[in-house]
Design a protein around this ligand. Structure first.
Ligand code: AMP
Length: 311
């Protein structure tokens, strides 16, 4: 079984209180791929320009990611994003977005990519997400992410794309912006009317919440002393979440399995933020992941003991 992702393959310029990077490998599909690569084979789909070289490919290949469906557009420039964070890492300012080679891009998936069991439509133009979804007609589970940039510039197309997926993984604030609802419960109800049955709201340093047919589940973010750069946390979360699902092919996609997937999403995201860009993911080991999932279970577990309550 395998996972296919379409999304941005990018160079990012990022400033946080801990430092600055002028041009580093990033993009929603890249962060997702590296996290999901710990669970299954990942096929990444998207265009790059002449500025994307062997060093960048090597980061993906070193984790076994299939890069055959990365399309090199001669003379083009790779997607570029610049952002800045203050002391509140949940509050990010986008300084620049240059679509570059994504303008005019038409995804053509190889058999390997279109035959994937699990598909993630990472943050990118919703028309492109829909084109990829249409080519992956046999997928068992399809999820989608997006952001304010597309809610503001392509909302109708985004809602049409959402109606064709099983799950959305959105930032909490953007979920409310998209649905024009004041809280997660009402926002999730609105999205479920459009089609998806699984709604995941990413809440930055506060964790993530999920609503399915079987109810609600929430996890805090893993408590860390060192948070250097939150860029890509959402995509790494998605990589852990979707990767865990892909690693359980014959199993029912019920609330219990999805809860465990949330734990892996939380764990992969927590590693990603420990260094700039993809740096931490390139040194991460499977033992470190397993240990942190156990720690997460320990710190979120409690045993209910009835107490005599006063009326
Ligand atoms: P996250 O922090 O998980 O929301 O994702 C950050 C990544 O999203 C960065 O590496 C950017 O390159 C990428 N990104 C930022 N804006 C956009 C956009 N409008 N479309 C697609 N990808 C984007």
């Amino acid at each position: 079984m395998s996972v296919t992702v379409v999304g941005s393959i990018a160079f990012d310029a990022v400033k946080t209180p801990f430092g600055t990077r002028e041009k580093m490998l990033g993009g929603s599909a890249v962060h997702f791929s590296l996290a999901a690569s710990f669970f299954d084979t990942v096929h990444v789909v998207g265009p790059v320009g002449d500025d994307f070289g062997e060093d960048e490919y090597d980061v993906l290949r070193a984790r076994g990611v299939d890069t055959a469906d990365i399309e090199h557009v001669a003379g083009g420039q790779t997607f570029f994003w610049a952002g800045e964070y203050g002391w509140d890492f949940n509050d990010r300012k986008t300084l620049d977005t240059q679509l570059g080679v994504f303008e005019g891009f038409e995804p053509k998936l190889s058999e390997h990519s279109s035959g994937a069991d699990v598909v993630f439509l990472a943050n990118i133009q919703p028309d492109l997400q829909r084109q990829v979804r249409a080519q992956c007609s046999d997928a068992r589970f399809v999820a989608l992410d997006s952001m304010n940039f597309w809610i503001e510039s392509a909302k109708d197309s985004l809602i049409e794309t959402i109606s064709g997926v099983d799950c959305i993984l959105f930032n909490d604030a953007e979920l409310k912006q998209l649905t024009e609802q004041p809280n997660l419960v009402l926002a999730a109800r609105q999205v479920r009317e459009w089609g998806p049955s699984v709604i995941v709201a990413k809440q930055g340093e506060y964790g993530a919440a999920m609503i399915t047919d079987e109810g609600f589940f929430g996890l805090p973010a893993f408590p860390l002393e060192t948070v250097i750069d939150p860029t890509g946390a959402g995509d790494s979360f998605a990589g852990g979440f979707m990767g865990y699902i892909a690693a359980h092919p014959g199993e029912a996609l019920d609330h219990d399995l999805l809860r465990r997937a949330m734990a892996y999403g939380t764990t992969l995201a927590s590693f990603n933020v420990e260094a700039f860009g993809v740096e931490r993911m390139t040194t991460l080991t499977s033992d470190e992941i397993a240990e942190r999932v156990s720690d997460l279970q320990r710190i979120t577990h409690f045993i209910e003991k009835p107490v005599a309550l006063r009326d």
